[in-house]
Write a protein that binds this ligand. Structure first.
Ligand code: RIB
Ligand code: CA
Length: 293
């Protein structure tokens, strides 16, 4: 059985998919707003599907949060959600896609012990929980890049994927859907720096360079890999130590909205990454980055 990928198809989402494509079976993909507005997310996904010859279904879902808000990371990542030092994937022809909810429901009707890699706001999965709660027991776990057990990156308290739709996260927690939170603090252990770019092929070099520039422009020596760390957990689980926690998200306090708080626990449906082999995870990501042939 393969995995399902739910993504807002920013540049680190693309790196993450490349780590899995060809290494694990991918059954399908659902797109969600996040890094950019949904039209740009769809364009990025179609470009990648066309360039790399993806054969799994790509579907499109929520263009805003459950409560109607639209928070994107465009101020950091640019309007397309994929900064670059120059080269990018060739543009594909835009076309409408099947609805994400239809794709997810159909997939889950045929699968048990299902694993979902989520790399954006959790809105599509929350809609699934609302529409078909009977399918939730079929989900073995959602591996989600999101949240932070320390400081945030979109606000002082909140990580972007969490604050873009905290009600979606809260809904999944309320339904006790098993979730592994690959949070900012875990991802910050995996840093890319300028020397990592040299061996990369031209397009990947420029895309990773654009991504690295986010960190460099803030006076840091490198940039944390986010979504690729979550992908690495599925590809090489032996590189990770997970711990059960109680997990809550802040909805009420405007200053702390989207903050994720954890306390150690046993036998909960929720886990965080308490340790990882950062060098091996970085190597796994960089070695997977190939230009289309
Ligand atoms: O906070 C990092 C997350 O926000 C990553 O998933 C990135 O792609 C953006 O969605
Ligand atoms: Ca993402």
């Amino acid at each position: 059985m393969g995995i399902w990928i739910d993504t807002d198809m920013g540049v680190d989402d693309l790196f993450a998919v490349l780590m899995l494509d060809g290494a694990l079976p991918i059954d399908g993909m659902s797109l969600v707003f996040g890094c950019a507005e949904l039209a740009s997310v769809r364009a990025n996904a179609l470009d990648a599907a066309n360039a790399y010859g993806w054969t799994f279904p790509v579907t499109e879902g929520a263009d805003r949060a459950l409560r109607g808000g639209l928070e994107t990371a465009a101020r950091i990542l640019g309007p397309a959600g994929q900064p670059s030092r120059g080269l990018r994937l060739p543009r594909a022809v835009d076309r409408p896609l099947t609805r994400a909810l239809t794709g997810l429901m159909t997939w889950l009707e045929w699968h048990e012990q299902a694993e979902i890699l989520a790399m954006g706001p959790l809105t599509n999965l929350a809609y699934l929980a609302l529409a078909r709660p009977d399918l939730l027991p079929r989900i073995r776990r959602i591996v989600w890049m999101g949240g932070s057990v320390g400081r945030g990156n979109h606000t002082p308290y909140a990580e972007f994927n969490a604050i873009a739709d905290p009600e979606a996260l809260a809904l999944l927690l309320a339904r006790e859907v098993p979730l592994v939170m690959v949070d900012l603090e875990a991802c910050r252990k995996v840093q890319v720096t300028e020397p990592d770019l040299a061996p990369l092929p031209p397009i990947m070099h420029d895309l990773m360079g654009g991504y690295l520039d986010i960190g460099l422009s803030r006076g840091r020596p490198g940039m944390a890999l986010y979504d690729p760390v979550a992908a690495a957990l599925l590809r090489a689980p032996e590189l990770f130590t997970l711990s059960h926690v109680e997990l809550v998200t802040e909805l009420a306090d405007p200053e702390r909205r989207g903050q994720t708080r954890v306390t150690p626990a046993t036998a909960t449906p929720w886990q965080i990454v308490s340790d990882l082999d950062a060098d091996a995870v970085r190597g796994l990501c960089l070695s997977a980055l190939r230009d289309p042939s």
